[in-house]
Design a protein. Sequence first.
Length: 568
Amino acid sequence: MTEVAPTGATAWGALARTPAVQTIRFWPEGELLILAGYRRDPGRAGAMLLGRRASGWEKLWSEEQDGCSIERLQLADVLGEGKPQLLVGWDAGPSLGGRLEVLSWTGNGLASVAVLVYHRLDVVDLSGTYARDGRCELAVWTKDTGDAYPVEVYRWYEGRFVPAPDTYGTYYPEVVDYYAQRTREHPDVRAYWYYLALAQVRAQEERAALDSLARARALNGHPGDAALFLVEGDALCVLGRYGDALADFLRDFGPAAGGSGDLLGRLGGWAGKRGLAVHAVRILAGPENWPRDVPRPTVVLMDWAPAEQAEAGMYAAHGIYWWSGDRLYSQVLYAADASGHGLGQTCALAGQAVLAPGPGGSVELGVVYDEAAGGSGSPRPVFYLWRQPPGGDSWRLLWRSSGPEWRNSHGKVTISPDLRRITVESDSWLVPDGKAEIFHESNPGPHRHFVDTWVRRDGGDAYAPVRYDRMEAETLPSAYATLVDFVVALSTGAEARARELVADPPLVDEARRLGLVQLPPGQRWMLDFPDPAVETAGPLTILDGPAAGVTVSFVRRGDAWLMAGFSR
């Protein structure tokens, strides 16, 4: 039996591999536990966690999987909680790869937080925007063809693993070395040259990437030219060459060459010949009461990417192009630099874009992007407020929506013409408020629905800071929202709140008898959800947990839906 030894800056260590049987602590001062991985037979593996109790060693957690072995049992803080989580890697073989399960210690046991698939996995505290902070990133390699792997580095953020491009410069030199060796051994394989170029771009070796892409283009095979073009576009953008090409087109177009349809048509034709897809919005005018002493620019907002990537909602760059008088200016936000401005490849223009006069003779631009463009969870709108000071030649980002209060799942954002007020309509999928984990909320439903109002606060001059505060946060009445609130109230001892949610007070005791209590809350019970309409008025049937088989009916009282009865 081997205890995990402290290494590096953490108190628990982050070992690439750990023994099959080991003693561990989830806190440096916590109790000593035994973690064991085992194989029951050639086709079934498992792991268990044991803790010493008065009666002896007691099983605190266990899990078994068919058709796989255990590739890793590792402790590392990947959630940024200041304590480690247990990483269990279930290996289904070279073809299928592994499934990483992240489990967090709750004090009463282990709870599964996230699952990722991989063929190779590095768990490393990488330097980037946040330096080496004791929280580990996950470098995930997934099989493409042969031993060619796309690689992505993920960091836990707002309840999910998201790409961490600020770490690319630290991690991707290792990926460059891997593919440089493959191209030396197999110089006629296009995929190796492609992935070498992609790694070189992310390792900030853009000129070397262009050389690798030239070698790839001379070969036949996988991937297609569109994939090569995307990497080349990224390299050229970083080198400052591709944004200039778009600016040259717009400069030739000119602000008086026609309406927005003409611009889109001509721009689409120009880009299409290069295998490029461009999504652009031209803002022709602000409000009619625009101040005469404030120059009103003609603005073009643009996202672009190779056509195949754009169809999937993946854009390599986001641009703001504007004419002030006869002069064209440009400001390009590259997806590779999203750690600085937030607009990654999955972001695209969506909804409103508002041009308005700002304080002190400045000009302001409010833009709505979809941060999950093309994905199954789209739209997830985000709001950006830009300002151009008087006589300025660039837009400065004043405020962007972020944080748990910005509830935008399947959302819609409405901006007031003066940029003073934002209304966000959304639902509860992926909202990290704890209540979204009471029942299993899939993409289509069930969900609670919200209407939030954000109001602007600023100092009144062209250089003053700006912020928006959420002043109203309304949960729309529905049977599902009532059921969620009731289970939370019953599970947390909020008796008075539970009684507010039923049509008849004795129903609270009946619900408790039928098992509508989650200890601990967050067990993601399944609901029978045949039609989204039942989300509004019910009835709702619980499919698992102690209340499995219980159907809850509802009655409307004023603006509220109250629980009216149970049947099993």
